[in-house]
Design a protein. Structure first.
Length: 119
């Protein structure tokens, strides 16, 4: 199986559930605690490609207080990307990556779809 990476926030129950589910599948993922090890803009854009999304908002926590505080409702894509880099709490979690594909693990069982795909 290809290497698996998880963008993980240990304080998030869904992220913890996804990590436990990976381990239940005998997968020892590379864990990126993205709130400590902030992703670069290139990282965020790369994850967007792997998620096969065109709008950064599709991988953002729009209910997060920072989203409202930064007045991002009408922001363009560049502003949204910059906001995720500056405030990684805005990035949806968990994100699980396998090869050149990724899923947002909400619900955590979505990661099983990714694991089932051939390498």
């Amino acid at each position: 199986m290809a290497d698996i990476t998880i963008y993980h926030n240990p304080r998030c129950s869904k992220s913890r559930e996804a990590l436990a589910l990976l381990k239940d599948q005998d997968v020892e993922p590379h864990v990126i605690e993205y709130l400590k090890d902030n992703p670069t803009r290139a990282d965020v854009e790369g994850v967007m490609r792997m998620l096969d999304i065109t709008s950064p908002k599709a991988m953002m926590r729009v209910g997060e207080p920072a989203f409202k505080e930064l007045a991002l409702d009408d922001a363009d894509d560049d502003e949204l990307l910059d906001a995720m880099v500056a405030h990684p709490i805005l990035i949806e979690r968990p994100i699980i990556i396998k090869g050149d594909r990724a899923v947002i693990g909400r619900p955590p069982e979505r990661l099983l779809e990714l694991l089932a795909q051939p390498d």
